[in-house]
Design a binder for this molecule. Structure first.
Ligand code: C2E
Ligand code: CA
Ligand code: CA
Length: 573
């Protein structure tokens, strides 16, 4: 500290005297000559308690004292500022490095919610954020994979990998939106239930897959499995629509090779037209199933949708209850149609044909209720009643010396009934008749429905000594290999081949070859639907054994048949 200064004496004296008189503290600050100064008043003589009268005033310019520190302060401030700038910049960069990727991840999460699975670009650095992005992308891949699987499963059939009903309905709605004409075809493999009993799951799945492929190839359209045994296709090509069902049917003539096992199977086809039948997808599905229902009982195995069948169906259901009542109260009877044995020159057999004279419905032809009764299971009532009726009638005739065999028609469900042989045996015993007094007529399609079960029943009946006959021959599968396996005695050529024998060369060829074939297999041949002498002569020439038809006799009530049997002379024979 500087002790004194004498500079600027006058003004300083004025200043000092002012400050001294002001009785200020020992150390004080004051502005002098526009500069901040520090003053220190120092008493030079101590006199007791009193304030010294002589004192020295030391002063120094603060500006000058601080001068060396100003540059230091500036330097420090600059350092602070630069430090601050670095801090702000660094935190911005750092926050961007974290916030941006997090923001991207948040956006990606939003996209996932809306079903877009786009991966987030991972940064090249090796930090936590890039690790997070990588696991996020892995999660997206996993979710995407899982969703694809779920979507696939919801649209595909697990057993065959083919499109399922769900998918088919979507495609159907899309096709309807296009508004072009098309046809829905449903294909059912009727023997699948039977195959399921003998083949394992793996074979069945392979068979189903092969059936799907066969349908796709034959129809040239993608196929969907819409139920356990049925497949659906949409056919759009106008040109082939008429011939396509036949093409598909024929494609099933080649057996399926499933892991080395040859499988023979048929197919039933139901068809409906868009927009002619309906424009509503649900209705179209209902209609195509209704057509399939028709196809199941049609000899050709193909059927188009027929309108108003549901009304018809309701009507027929009530018809079945009427039929059951009719059997109880005697409305149902048999008409017997003579079968003329050419070698014996006489009637040896009569076929029992059901007649229903309903009190409310009038006469109902068998073709109007038998096929439906077969589907509802009511045909069993006809069979139960019919077997007893035929056996008891036969017993009456035999007592009168009429050596007749009565032929009864059986249905598919009868052939599935393992109790049938015992039931027949009990009846024959009750009426004391030999097994040869009864003959049973079965159709090819009834046998093919479930060949093994049908064979069980037929073998038992045959072992009892009963004669069995294949009815409606020529309308069904007509496969030689299965005919050889059956314990049958007779082939009945369907009337559709016999009715126009004199006009149709084709029918003549079929009848002639059937007679030869049947004889080679040791079978007797009956021709039904013989309506004129020309047919009689041709059939005799071909070697046919038995004739049945209006030319010989119409189906007759039991009493009329008796008269006919006893009084008719067959002078043409
Ligand atoms: P189906 O067994 O083929 O019987 C022969 C059908 O041809 C009978 O018709 C008969 O009347 C008819 N028919 C016989 N000769 C001639 C002919 O010269 N010309 C023509 N145009 N037709 C002839 P129906 O009686 O109407 O029987 C129809 C079908 O109903 C039968 O065909 C059979 O499948 C079934 N059916 C009849 N009765 C029974 C029965 O008791 N049980 C079962 N399950 N089905 C029966
Ligand atoms: Ca028959
Ligand atoms: Ca027939």
């Amino acid at each position: 500290m500087v002790a004194s200064s004498t500079s600027n004496a006058t003004s300083l004296n004025d200043f000092l005297s002012a400050k001294m008189n002001a009785n200020l503290a020992t150390v004080f600050n004051a502005t002098f000559n526009n500069e901040d100064h520090m003053f220190w008043r120092l008493g030079l003589v101590e006199r007791g308690e009193e304030t010294s009268e002589i004192s020295a005033l030391l002063y120094f310019s603060m500006d000058r004292a601080f001068k060396p520190y100003v540059s230091l302060a500036v330097t420090l401030s600059i350092i602070l500022l630069v430090g601050l700038l670095f801090l702000v910049g660094g935190s911005v960069v750092l926050s961007r490095g974290i916030a941006r990727p997090l923001q991207k991840l948040a956006q990606a999460t939003g996209r996932i919610a809306s079903g877009e699975y786009i991966e987030v670009e991972a940064s090249s650095s090796d930090d936590e954020i890039s690790a997070l992005t990588t696991s996020f992308n892995q999660m997206i891949a996993a979710v995407k994979d899982r969703e694809e699987k779920i979507v696939f499963q919801s649209c595909h059939d697990a057993e065959t990998g083919l499109k399922n009903r769900n998918h088919f309905e979507i495609i159907l709605s899309e096709e309807i939106a296009n508004n072009d004409k098309f046809i829905i075809m449903i294909a059912e493999v009727p023997q699948l239930t039977e195959f399921r009993g003998v083949l394992d799951h793996g074979h069945i799945n392979k068979l189903l897959t092969a059936v799907g492929q066969r349908l796709e190839q034959a129809a040239g359209a993608p196929v969907a499995r819409v139920s356990a045994d049925a497949f659906c296709l949409i056919l759009k090509d106008d040109k082939n629509l008429e011939t396509l069902p036949a093409l598909v049917m024929n494609s099933f003539l080649i057996p399926f090779d499933v892991a080395g096992i040859k499988i023979d199977t048929g197919v039933k086809l139901g068809l409906t037209k868009y927009p002619d039948d309906s424009k509503d997808p649900a209705k179209l599905m209902q209609y195509v199933n209704s057509a399939l229902d028709l196809a199941r009982s049609s000899p050709k195995g193909v059927a188009w949708y027929v309108a108003d069948r549901s009304e018809d169906f309701k009507n027929r259901l009530s018809m079945m209850s009427d039929l059951r009542d009719g059997i109880e109260n005697g409305e149902v009877t048999f008409a017997y149609q003579a079968k003329f044995d050419l070698a014996a020159g006489k009637i040896t057999t009569v076929e029992a044909l059901v007649r229903w004279n309903s009190s409310t419905r009038g006469f109902v032809p068998p073709d109007d209720f038998i096929p439906f009764a077969e589907r509802t299971g009511d045909v069993r009532h006809i069979t139960d009643w019919g077997l007893r009726e035929a056996v008891s009638q036969c017993a009456k005739w035999r007592k009168k010396g009429m050596d007749l065999t009565v032929a009864v028609n059986l249905s598919t469900s009868d052939l599935m009934n393992q109790n049938l042989p015992a039931q027949v045996l009990a009846l024959l015993t009750e009426y004391a008749l030999p097994a040869t007094s009864l003959k049973l007529e079965v159709t090819e399609s009834a046998v093919m429905h479930d060949m093994n079960r049908a064979l069980d029943v037929l073998n038992m009946l045959s072992a009892m000594g009963m004669e069995l006959s294949i009815d409606d021959y020529g309308t069904g599968y007509s496969s030689l290999s299965y005919l050889k396996k059956l314990p049958v005695n007779e082939l009945k050529i369907d009337k559709s081949f016999v009715l126009n024998l004199s006009e149709s060369e084709e029918d003549r060829i079929l009848v002639r070859s059937t007679v030869e074939l049947g004889h080679n297999l040791g079978l007797s041949i009956t021709a039904e639907g013989v309506e004129d002498i020309e047919s009689v002569n041709m059939l005799r020439e071909y070697g046919c054994d038995v004739l049945q038809g209006y030319f010989i006799s119409r189906p007759l009530a039991a009493a009329d048949l008796e008269k006919f049997y006893n009084e008719t002379k067959f002078d043409w024979a």
